[in-house]
Design a protein around this ligand. Sequence first.
Ligand code: ITT
Ligand code: MG
Length: 203
Amino acid sequence: MPEPVRLLVASRNPKKLAELRRVLDAAAVEGIELVGLDEVPEYPETPETGATFEENALIKARDGAATTGLACVADDSGIAVDALNGMPGVLSARWSGRHGDDEANTSLLLAQLGDVPDERRGAGFVSACALVLPDGTETVTRGEWRGVVARERAGGGGFGYDPVFVPEGSDRSAAELSPQEKDAASHRGIALRALVPAIAALR
Ligand SMILES: O=P(O)(O)OP(=O)(O)OP(=O)(O)OC[C@H]1O[C@@H](n2cnc3c(O)ncnc32)[C@H](O)[C@@H]1O
Ligand SMILES: [Mg+2]
């Protein structure tokens, strides 16, 4: 058996990282070994200052590939709310001013949408996933998951804005779905599955 190809999964968000690994594992590409950031020497990361999810995903994946010499996959994602003209968008992780504070980010979003009627509460989770190879080859995919922003939180699963996001065709929030249900429909699930052929070609 040839040595497996090592693929770095570059995310500092433990819950998002778990989703990335789950979807890649479910795709079961044989001969690929997923490697976490905790398994490689620490490296400085370029700030996520891109104007688009695609740019930010590439920033993360390029850093990982350039410093480790491994193929690297990264996601950049967020929620784009219609009534906010697509914001928080790429600012989703730091919408309240504190990076990664899910509670504060969600509370601020609910407050901003307080007077917005039900028929104008549409939103979409967006994910861009980038694969960058040590030779500089780049592939970027995108997934979107439409739904509405609820008026209050429900459910304890998932992370981020999941408790207030009700996907289209569902009467439960994303935080009330099983991990498998979320993966099957989610922005990240869609974007990652689109990346699988490029990942399989690494072998
Ligand atoms: O950059 P890395 O290290 O991967 O981790 P991060 O949490 O900073 O990730 P992003 O920069 O891509 O920001 C994404 C934010 O968008 C939100 N988000 C993305 N996907 C989500 C999902 O599936 N469910 C709920 N919220 C999500 C959540 O608030 C995240 O903090
Ligand atoms: Mg981030």
